[in-house]
Design a binder for this molecule. Structure first.
Ligand code: NAD
Ligand code: DAU
Length: 341
């Protein structure tokens, strides 16, 4: 029996990871510790009534709550919990500092106090900044830190706290850095779910700047398998960049999805650019391929088809998340530019 403590498990990637973990490790008992912020969604846990999954509502920056939830001990912590949206961090960074930095430190301290065997930090390629547009440069594990947004800076700070816990206290840590995830159950503030949910409602699609920024897309389950491998086989103190060698310009992503849904290009609205908008992300995944034997299962075409089908079939899920926090943010972010409802 192994006890796993997963933070942020009611979010997009965390909930996919819990599904994968329950199937991959039949001996695993999982505590899912999540504050249920606007991005945490109990609907994401539907179908997870497995007796090996226990949900605890709590804040990773609340030391007492974390220690209490870990009282019975745990073998590993997977830290998915975060404020994850770049545009929100530009609007106001406080919650990003509290959850992403302080929350990570609280979990690291608790890991030491409770004798946790391995700490897995879920990080992002954004800690390495932005690449030039020519195709010869890639992020690898030797790339330096150059976070450009408040979100990226908070995730870089969290990586430094993880590194410090390894160096100072000998905690067994592994850090994974992934590119842009897509797939079922992603909150529709991020590009792909936003454009899917707007297109399905025949609403305008906001495209920032010239639409030529490049992101390196990966299907969420492929990311989660890499995290599982990093836990099973990763070197203590190791960092693993995870990417599916799938660079796409934003406009190409938007046009592919509109075409797949048979929706017109006239839904596209060019809006003002994101301040400090990173131009290109591109990951060299050689290390995770070579050392952990990881390869993505989904192609861009198969992953996108699965994602589109999921959103088209789960209109109730979309309707529910398009209320409250989503509407408020959407109206502030895009206002009259795309005729926010
Ligand atoms: P998400 O916003 O969908 O989910 C975040 C989850 O964390 C939510 O369930 C939320 O309720 C929870 N949470 C937030 N603050 C918390 C707190 N203080 N205490 C406990 N729970 C809290 O995010 P996501 O897209 O699933 O991202 C998960 C992780 O993966 C994050 O660490 C993110 O930085 C990282 N990441 C995301 C991507 C991506 O493309 N989405 C890529 C690389 C890395
Ligand atoms: O690279 C990994 C990161 O990917 C993660 O660490 C973040 O948590 C995740 O949010 C994501 O960050 P991005 O800023 O790249 O994702 P987002 O979906 O917000 O934007 C993707 C690209 O699309 C980016 O160039 C901005 C652009 N965009 C985004 C939105 C929401 C638009 O043109 N229009 C939009 O409406």
């Amino acid at each position: 029996m192994q006890k796993l403590f997963v933070t942020g498990g009611a979010g997009f990637i965390g909930s996919a990871f819990i599904r994968l973990a329950l199937a991959r490790w039949p001996d695993a008992e999982i505590t899912n510790f999540d504050a249920l912020t606007y991005a945490g969604n109990p609907d994401n846990l539907k179908g997870l009534d497995d007796a090996r999954h226990r949900f605890v509502r709590g804040d990773i920056a609340d030391r007492e709550a974390v220690l209490a939830a870990l009282e019975a001990g745990t073998d590993a912590i997977f830290n998915f919990a975060a404020e994850s949206h770049v545009d929100r961090s530009i609007e106001r960074a406080d919650d990003f500092l509290r959850t992403n930095i302080l929350g990570t430190q609280v979990l690291l301290d608790a890991a030491r106090e409770r004798g946790v065997r391995r700490f897995v930090q879920i990080s992002t390629d954004e800690v390495m900044g932005s690449l030039p547009e020519d195709d010869s440069a890639f992020f690898n594990e030797e790339s330096g830190y150059a976070p450009n947004s408040p979100y990226a800076a908070s995730k870089a700070a969290a990586e430094h706290m993880v590194r410090a816990a390894r160096h100072t206290f000998g905690l067994d840590t592994v850090t994974t850095r992934c590119g842009n995830n897509y797939g079922p159950r992603q909150f529709p503030e991020k590009l792909i779910p936003l454009l899917l949910s707007n297109a399905l409602h025949d609403e305008p699609i906001p495209v920032y700047g010239d639409g030529q920024n490049v992101r390196d897309w990966i299907y969420v389950e492929d990311h989660c398998r890499a995290v599982a491998l990093a836990y099973e086989r990763g070197e203590a103190g190791g960092i693993y960049n995870i990417g599916a060698r799938n660079e796409r310009r934003n406009l190409e992503v938007v046009e592919s999805i509109l075409a797949a849904l048979d929706k017109p290009r006239s839904l596209i609205r060019y809006v003002k650019d994101r301040p400090g908008h990173d131009r290109r992300y591109a990951i060299d995944p050689s290390k995770v391929e070579r050392e952990l034997g990881w390869q993505p299962v989904e192609t861009w075409e198969s992953g996108l088809a699965k994602t589109i089908t999921w959103y088209a079939e789960n209109t109730e899920w979309i309707s529910r998340v398009r209320g409250g926090a989503y509407r408020d943010f959407y109206a502030r972010q895009y206002g009259a530019e795309v005729g926010a409802k």
